[in-house]
Design a protein around this ligand. Structure first.
Ligand code: ADP
Ligand code: MG
Length: 481
């Protein structure tokens, strides 16, 4: 078949959650008045020297360990030289030949039955961010805000392992979940704390990779997907029209949904990298790595495996519940309250009714008005037969709108306890049968649908509170008799 194969590699800039910058004591807080947080060191004025932030290095070590990469005992800071209005010092301090982390991988799955795929990482290196050009507020001019200059970044580079926009988005989501999980990045994409560059090429299967174009600075998962899809369409059209794809850096315009060339791509040698003479090589002793390792939380992969083995959940459920640490913790607290035997119904509530309700209100699980303890209490009452699933939805609504109450209190106060007294259910059934001879006759003439109609009438008479299994059983017995 004469189809195209897509090849994608991602470079992600994650802003590290340190209070101060990577080489100075200036604050990294977001949103301050322009140019109030750029220190002399961030601007590299004559006579100042950078001092490496230990916290930023610790973040890099955490990351290297979390992805199963190799934390380099010795890495080197280099100057990457280029001119840009938001980089008045003329170079960015980065790492080049010897990055702090090499190798490692991030696992992705695309759907319920899809196998797991591992996206290999090439490297992750520490570097400083540049300032920011502001075009919107200045008529015919550009404003420069250097507050961001010197903010610590970990740039995480993959091998060209992804084969579709969906895989690229799945990887970006998994990476985002991981860096927030291990606490090295706040993950705020609107504020630019997690930004992706997507390298995209196409080629015929079995032939060498095609020439890539790099789409810069994608700060939402939706833009990432749309930008890659539009880039793929453009490359296919170009090549099928007999044209050529030249290596280039392109920008995605969310307004038009298209990518357009910004500049032809520079090669590494254009940057004239050289080791920064102001900084010693970064040496990381083994005991530091071991100390960081001891301090790491249980990682998503480990938690997933434990959810499958310990609670008997499917791989798919376990993956959904470990999409974030908050979700995983919520599920475990709820399950502890409901009892481990009720892990599956807890998982269903967290991923089903709760997730849907949170979505509708645009809330995160951390903002849920129904706490994990309360949801666990609700599931426990379904499991022990106190309430039916249908009534449980009502109780859930009450939990949602009246904060601070337990499911037990609501069931008690609103009189929602399931009727399990078979005598009481029998009386209700007798009344319904007497009042609906038509349904009874239909059932006796072989219409099974009439049975469901009768169940419905009994449940209605019981205001939804009769135990459905008992209703079914007693009604069958009576109709047979
Ligand atoms: P640079 O630093 O100049 O952008 P790198 O060699 O570090 O270049 O590669 C950057 C990214 O491009 C990596 O994620 C890599 O996997 C990806 N990449 C390399 N070759 C291709 C290709 N032919 N198609 C798509 N992506 C590619
Ligand atoms: Mg690049």
């Amino acid at each position: 078949m004469n189809t195209w194969e897509v090849v994608i590699g991602l470079e992600t800039h994650t802003q590290l959650s340190t209070a101060s910058k990577i080489f100075s004591g200036a604050s990294t807080a977001f949103g301050a008045a322009p140019n109030t947080q750029a220190s002399l060191v961030d601007l590299a004025l004559p006579g100042v020297l950078p001092v490496l932030n230990k916290g930023a290095v610790e973040c890099a070590i955490r990351f290297g360990l979390a992805v199963g990469g190799k934390v380099a005992q010795k890495s080197v800071f280099a100057r990457k030289n280029y001119f840009y209005p938001d980089l008045p010092k003329g170079y960015q301090i980065s790492q080049y030949e010897r990055p702090v982390v090499e190798g490692g991988a991030v696992a992705i799955t695309l759907g319920r039955d899809a196998p797991e795929k591992r996206i290999r990482l090439t490297r992750a290196h520490l570097e400083e961010d540049a300032g920011k050009s502001l075009h919107e507020d200045f008529h015919g001019k550009t404003g420069i805000d250097l507050n961001r200059a010197g903010t610590p970044l970990l740039e995480i580079v993959t091998e060209p392992d992804m084969r579709s926009a969906e895989e690229a988005v799945a990887y970006a989501r998994a990476l985002h979940a991981l860096v927030t999980w291990i606490g090295i990045c706040d993950g705020n994409m609107q504020e630019g704390s997690f930004r992706c560059d997507a390298n995209v090429s196409i080629h015929r299967p079995g032939t060498p990779f095609g020439t890539r174009r790099e789409i810069k600075n994608l700060n939402s998962f939706r833009f990432l997907k749309e930008a890659i899809e539009s880039e793929i369409r453009w490359q296919i059209e170009t090549l099928e029209d007999g044209g050529e794809v030249a290596q280039a850096t392109v920008l995605f315009d969310p307004q038009t949904g298209e990518t357009r060339a910004m500049r032809t791509k520079e090669d590494a040698h254009d940057y004239r990298y050289f080791p920064d003479p102001d900084l010693l090589p970064l040496a990381i002793p083994e005991d530091w790595i071991q100390a960081v390792k001891a301090d790491l939380p249980e990682l998503p992969d480990e938690k997933r495996a434990r959810f499958v083995a310990g609670y008997g959940l499917s791989a798919y459920d376990a993956a959904a519940l470990t999409a974030s640490l908050t979700t995983a913790d919520y599920f475990e607290v709820a399950t502890r309250r409901a009892g481990a035997a009720n892990a599956k119904p807890c998982a269903n509530w967290v991923m089903g009714d709760l997730a849907a309700r949170l979505n509708r209100e645009e809330l995160s699980i951390a903002q849920s008005p129904v706490l994990a303890e309360q949801l666990g209490g609700l599931v426990a009452r379904i499991a022990d037969g106190t309430i039916s699933n249908a009534i449980a939805r009502k109780v859930f609504e009450s939990l949602w709108s009246k904060e601070g109450q337990s499911a037990d209190e609501i069931i008690e106060r609103e009189g929602l306890k399931q009727i399990t007294d078979s005598g009481a259910i029998e009386t209700l059934i007798d009344e319904v049968l007497a009042a609906n001879p038509g349904n009874v006759a239909e059932f006796k003439s072989g219409k099974e649908k009439a049975f469901n109609a009768l169940v419905g009438r009994v449940m209605k008479a019981a205001k939804g509170k009769a135990n459905p299994n008992q209703v079914n059983e007693i009604l069958r017995r009576k109709l047979a008799g």
